[in-house]
Design a protein around this ligand. Structure first.
Ligand SMILES: [Fe+2]
Length: 102
């Protein structure tokens, strides 16, 4: 009989991994664009990206160590959602203001 718990855990791990990979691609593209635009606070912005990637990798490793239940996954996904919203609304707006002024 199929173990739905493990399959669900694999699915959650897969989603986490996909978000992490997407974030890496998105951040790299954003950093290359900001570098070509001469954004003066690029170093600090890159550090925020690196911090989130490290956080996601840590969560992925923790999730891989045990069955990751839906209850455990909820705060994690909430954290990622809140981080993305905060980053886009606050940190990314700082470089948008710089680019508009240029
Ligand atoms: Fe960013």
């Amino acid at each position: 009989m199929m173990n739905l718990g493990v399959d669900s855990n694999n699915m959650r791990l897969s989603v986490l991994h996909t978000i992490q990979e997407y974030s890496h691609i998105h951040f790299t593209a954003e950093e290359e664009f900001l570098e070509s635009s001469g954004y003066p606070d690029l170093k600090a912005h890159k550090e925020l990206h690196e911090k989130l990637i490290a956080e996601m990798e840590s969560m992925e490793r923790a999730a891989a160590r045990h069955d990751f239940t839906a209850v455990e996954a909820r705060p994690l996904l909430g954290f990622l959602k809140n981080w993305w919203i905060k980053h886009i609304n606050e940190e990314d707006r700082l470089y948008m203001a710089y680019l508009k002024a240029d």
